[in-house]
Design a protein around this ligand. Structure first.
Ligand code: ADP
Length: 363
């Protein structure tokens, strides 16, 4: 059977285990020899025990777990050719020529580069007598299928990234808990949620929790936001509301590009309205805990589609990213999606927010 390996790389997210499970089982079902690569690219470079053959039962009882059981890491060595040469050696000598990468845009970029270089890496290994001519010929094509694990929902080309829905659940639970105590004491709470370049978590949770105000990086408020905020909060209290909830995405900024932090918002509220105001920074709680039903199923569907894409690949099939489009699993050109995602970040850096939102499209 074909050699296929799966690894998780970059930041973790809920639902990655469901994806790993699905890749392993679909791969075995279709007759592949399936491997785990532990600790992302680091495990690929280091080889040894990090690359281990998986069997049907090695992915039992993981679908409900957050994070990734095969570990994830950032790896500086893989950014250099030397590291990628080691990685290529570790794959070829195990007969692995199909890779499923689960990560963010950095991890996908690395995979694409690896595939572009594959031929020349094998030439170098052959020249150094690290592999045989037979191995050079037999494993000459590397195929890549990616999927995006991220709670931020910040990737172009997919309606939802794996982990986003669970993060929404986590945030909503936290806000509900805060609301009850805020009600008792007539407090104002400022909740900071994740999302450096993407306000998706902030917008969706503010709608779902009846928040009074939300700050996101894509829609920086005009300079008079302080007045607008205070007017709104005051009006809510006057109409009988006992509490206020304000949600701030961690990357929120004003029109001049200056950060709008939870601390800054708190100072504005306290100085102008003298409300009893507290800050809750949710932090890594958002990335943890058990994956939602949606993320489990999303991981399963994406994993199966990724394996199918690899099995159907021909020598000139370009790397794809498996994504969700209108509730259909689709395969998109990997690098085009990465380029669009990077263009969004650039547009935001250029303060061209309309362009950023337009480029991001559906998600
Ligand atoms: P994410 O995948 O979540 O965006 P990173 O950007 O940290 O996270 O990338 C994860 C890993 O992918 C890096 O530590 C590195 O090993 C690899 N990687 C990222 N960018 C590149 C690149 N341009 N070339 C080669 N490898 C890369």
């Amino acid at each position: 059977g074909k050699g296929l390996a799966v690894f998780t790389s970059g930041g973790d997210s809920q639902g990655m285990n469901a994806a790993v499970r699905s890749v392993v089982r679909m791969g075995i079902y279709l007759g592949c020899k399936v491997y785990f690569i532990r600790e992302g690219y680091q495990g690929m470079v280091d080889g040894g025990d990090n690359i281990e053959e998986a069997n049907w039962s090695s992915v039992s009882s993981i679908i409900h777990k957050g994070g990734t059981i095969i570990g994830s890491a950032r790896c500086m060595e893989f950014i250099k050719r030397e590291g990628r040469l080691k990685a290529a050696y570790n794959l070829v000598t195990r007969g692995i020529t199909n890779l499923v990468v689960i990560g963010g845009d950095g991890s996908l970029t690395g995979a694409n580069l690896f595939r572009e270089e594959w031929s020349s890496l094998l030439d170098e290994l052959l020249a150094n007598n690290k592999i045989t001519k037979d191995q050079r010929e037999k494993y000459k094509y590397l195929h890549i299928a990616g999927m995006v694990g991220s709670i931020d929902n910040d990737f172009c080309g997919t309606d939802m990234t794996i982990g986003t829905d669970s993060a929404l659940h986590r945030i909503i639970e936290a806000i509900d808990a805060i609301v009850s105590t805020a009600y008792s004491h007539q407090r104002t709470f400022i909740m900071e949620v994740m999302g450096r370049h993407c306000g998706y978590l902030a917008v969706v949770t503010s709608l779902a929790s009846e928040a009074d105000f939300v700050f996101i990086p894509e829609a920086p408020p005009s300079v008079d936001w302080r007045d607008k905020l205070c007017d709104k909060l005051e009006q809510e209290r006057k109409s009988g509301q006992r509490l206020n909830i304000i949600i701030v995405a961690e990357g929120a900024i004003d029109r001049e590009g200056k950060p709008i932090t939870a601390e800054l918002v708190k100072n504005v509220v306290v100085e102008n309205l003298q409300q009893d105001t507290r800050i809750t920074v949710l932090g890594h709680v958002q990335r943890g805990g058990s994956p939602s039903a949606f993320d489990r199923i999303l991981g399963c569907r994406m994993g199966a589609e990724a394996v199918m894409a690899l099995m159907e690949a021909t020598p000139d099939t370009e790397p794809c990213v498996v994504s969700l489009d209108g509730n259909q699993a689709v395969r998109l050109p990997l690098m085009e999606c990465v380029r669009r995602t990077k263009a969004v970040a650039q547009a935001m850096a250029d303060k061209n927010w309309d362009l950023a939102v337009q480029l991001r499209g559906r998600s």
